[in-house]
Design a protein around this ligand. Structure first.
Ligand code: PMP
Length: 448
């Protein structure tokens, strides 16, 4: 331990693991034990550890220009190059990008840009944002308010009322369907709830709808077929912008370039990117907006003198150089194609656990997945609290694999995109042992 206040940690928990180094898809602790990184750190180390090209790129850029800012007309080539490369990749029309340091601050930038934009076009009352239950959008005040998970609100007096966050259903059929409801009926019901919410609040008060195409931290929720098609139809009808939070799903994670492609979200107006943008070698994020939104913001910025929003590290040259190299490697080495192929294999192998007595549902797409443990396989009833998930996560760790228990008792899998099928086999073998041990544990404790 140390004097550090640990992020996203139970302060009473005493178990720690000191990670010392990483190589490829593996990390090593301070006693030399090897672990397969089943979650790519926090869903981010796409190219794995100790990638020589990224290390050299960072070192070279540090030697050339370790820092320079972008305020008030200053710029640097590597930042501009990254902006152009990135905006050419995303499905946002005439995209423009604002750089930040984390997914959370990128979402805060979006909240502010939405306000700026709607003020600019004479609709200041159009500022509310619809966010979903069981969503994760970060932890800064605005991002945490958008997040739909109790631990990010309780004791923090959040959500922050003035933000105008409206809450709608998560597309989580396994946990949200009514008895006997088909997937299609479930989708119709929750999309109808969305429309009723819009009618109740007034469409002219609502700026945007934010969604992770497939969620991560809340348990890897893959919406039923047709969900986004219907959501987009409703949003278009009421002139509400679609905001895709692709912090986890961006860059090949779900079997396509972006999660939007995988789930049929067409032309989002806003897109949030971070994590795999730099393969987590440097902290950097991107708030992407549609070109016409940017155009509308030009005149008011000139009236005030500046667009009064920017971070010291917006477009940090070392982070930008590393990101640019990351995007080059993705393209050159066909990393998304590899991830799609191995991801399909991962889904097939994880799917084998559907027959395990402890497993209620296996969800996923491409190279992201979750295995949810339940106390009653027939009814899908879950375990109280998160002790079972924690036990299973520790069991994985004892077998040399890192994962995280999310949404209580789901184990999440999101390995570096570079993993091989043999490493997926290794992951599955370790998970199998951990699940069997967890079954023994819950049987022993009378939880099942
Ligand atoms: N959005 C999503 C979808 C995320 O998964 C995360 C982080 N897990 C964030 C935003 C916040 O990113 P950060 O932790 O970099 O602030």
């Amino acid at each position: 331990m140390s004097n550090m206040i640990y992020p996203t940690t139970n302060f009473k928990a005493t178990e720690t693991l000191t990670i010392e180094r990483g190589d490829g898809a593996y990390v090593y602790d301070n006693e030399g034990n090897q672990y397969l990184e089943g979650l790519a750190g926090l869903w981010c180390t796409s190219l794995g550890y100790n990638n020589r090209e990224l290390i050299d790129t960072a070192a070279e850029q540090m030697g050339k220009l370790s820092y320079s800012h972008m305020f008030g007309g200053k710029t640097h080539q590597v930042g501009m190059d990254l902006a152009d490369k990135l905006t050419a990749m995303v499905p946002v029309e005439n995209a423009k990008v604002f750089f930040g340091n984390s997914g959370s601050d990128a979402n805060d930038s979006h909240v502010k840009m939405l306000r700026y934009y709607f003020n600019a076009i004479g609709k200041p009352e159009k500022f509310k944002i619809i966010a979903r239950e069981r969503s994760y959008h970060g932890v800064t005040v605005a991002a945490a308010s958008l997040t739909g998970l109790p631990p990010n609100h309780t004791h923090f007096s959040l959500p922050f009322d003035a933000l105008g966050v409206l809450r709608t259903d998560a597309p989580h059929y396994f946990r949200g369907a009514l008895p006997g409801e088909s997937e299609a009926q479930f989708v119709d019901r929750i999309v109808n709830n969305l429309e009723q919410l819009i009618l109740k609040e007034g469409a002219d008060t609502i700026a945007a709808f934010i969604a992770e195409p497939i969620t991560g931290a809340s348990g890897v929720i893959v919406p039923p077929a047709g969900y986004y098609e219907k959501v987009q139809a409703v949003l278009n009808k009421y002139d509400i912008l679609f905001w895709a939070d692709e912090v986890i799903t961006g860059f090949g994670r779900t079997g396509n370039d972006f999660g939007c492609t995988t789930v049929g979200i067409e032309k989002p107006a806003l897109m949030t990117l971070a994590k795999q943008l730099s393969s987590a070698y440097m902290p950097i994020s991107a708030s992407v907006i549609r070109g016409d939104m940017y155009e509308a913001m030009i005149e008011p910025s000139s009236q005030v003198g500046v667009f009064g929003h920017g971070y010291t590290y917006s477009g940090h040259p070392v982070a930008a150089a590393v990101s640019l190299k990351t995007l080059e490697i993705y393209e050159r080495d066909n990393i998304f194609g590899h991830a799609a192929k191995v991801g399909e294999y991962m889904q097939k192998r994880l799917g084998e656990f559907r027959d395990h007595p402890l497993v209620g549902e296996v969800r996923g797409a491409g190279m992201i997945g979750a295995v949810e443990m339940v106390s009653d396989k027939k009814t899908g009833a879950g375990f109280e609290g998160g002790a079972v998930g924690y036990f299973a996560m520790q069991a994985c760790q004892n077998h040399g694999m890192i994962t995280r228990a999310v949404a209580g008792n789901s184990l999440a899998f999101c390995p570096p995109l570079i993993v091989s099928e043999a490493q997926i086999d290794e992951m599955v073998e370790k998970l199998g042992k951990a699940l069997d041990e967890t079954l023994d544990f819950v049987t022993r404790e009378g939880l099942i």
